[in-house]
Ligand binder design. Structure first.
Ligand code: MG
Ligand code: MG
Ligand code: MG
Length: 306
């Protein structure tokens, strides 16, 4: 049995690409099931329900399992127990992480906006027709990861894949559907500050510095304005408790197209070095910045390395 699994703090791409890729593996004759490493977020839950899926099996450890990783290749983001697992494939769209394997494997990472785009291309490559409900999942993941094609990570391949998938899934208005799913993550009233910080939180090793970067995408920043002091104090607590060198939270406004970056860091200079703007009150507005992967991680990595 092969487990197809995305990263911790699963997003819609990690869950939907795992389901869709496990389905492709089965259609190609391999016994495969999707798995997840945590609770699906409200956007993902909406998408799963809409297309008639229940959440994949929750796994705590990869110990003794055969594993396909989707949507990541970093140990810190991956399932526990990887040392005692057999990684057989990696399908991704991020920079290559620090996971290594003792044997050659099928490793496909494309510089596109979403793992679902890569999965869609693999269905095409194998000549496997995409089932209607799977097309719906893949479309949703693309709209989620690319922020309805507004993120700097968006490529022509993502747009082309989304259009094909929308046709198969019977989604007529791609943009309206995108706003519908993104708005599911915009209501943060019921969440504690810690839940907001951790919902889409990734850890990185940047030149020996332990750095955590969370992101929340909102249709309007006013929805979270009042919570900022509380968020900053939660970031301070987490930084202390887990010995981070820096904790960042991107509050991304998908309509205004920019990010209010909150930062609790050892040295403020790192933010100025990375973004050319000074932190004030632990915050800085980054016009047009929407992508953690493309517009926040690389400048921070080079700032920490210099
Ligand atoms: Mg992801
Ligand atoms: Mg992704
Ligand atoms: Mg994401």
């Amino acid at each position: 049995m092969l487990y197809v699994v995305g990263h911790k703090n699963p997003d819609t791409d990690s869950i939907c690409s795992a389901i869709a890729y496990a389905e492709l593996k089965r259609r190609l004759g391999t016994d495969a099931i999707p798995a997840r490493l945590g609770e699906p977020n409200p956007e993902t839950k909406f998408v799963l329900e809409k297309f008639g899926f229940s959440p994949p099996e929750l796994i705590e450890s990869a110990d003794g399992k055969k594993i396909v990783l989707v949507d990541h290749s970093d140990k810190a983001q991956s399932v526990d127990g990887l040392e005692n697992a057999e990684i057989v494939e990696i399908i991704d769209h991020h920079k290559i992480g620090d996971i290594t394997t003792p044997n050659p494997i099928f490793f496909l990472a494309l510089p596109v906006g979403c793992t679902a785009t890569v999965v869609k291309l693999l269905y095409d490559y194998h000549g496997v027709e995409i089932p209607k409900n799977i097309a719906g999942l893949l479309l949703s993941a693309i709209l989620s990861d690319t922020v309805i094609f507004k993120s700097a990570t968006t490529t022509e391949k993502d747009i082309k894949a989304a259009k094909d998938l929308a046709r198969i899934a019977g989604v007529d208005n791609i943009n309206a559907y995108g706003i519908q799913i993104k708005s599911k993550l915009s209501n943060v009233d019921a969440l504690s500050a810690e839940e907001i910080l951790k919902r889409d939180f990734k850890e990185f090793d940047m030149s020996g510095n332990k750095v955590g970067i969370g992101q929340i995408e909102l249709v309007d920043l006013n929805l979270i304005e009042k919570r900022i002091p509380e968020l900053i104090s939660t970031m301070k607590d987490l930084k202390e408790k887990e010995s981070f060198n820096g904790i960042y939270l991107m509050l991304t406004d998908i309509i205004k197209e920019g990010t209010l970056l909150l930062a609790v860091v050892d040295d403020d200079g790192v933010v100025e070095k990375a973004f050319g703007k000074r932190l004030s009150d632990n915050r800085v507005w980054l016009e047009k910045v929407m992508s953690r992967k493309k517009e926040v991680v690389p400048p921070l990595e080079s700032a920490y390395s210099s």
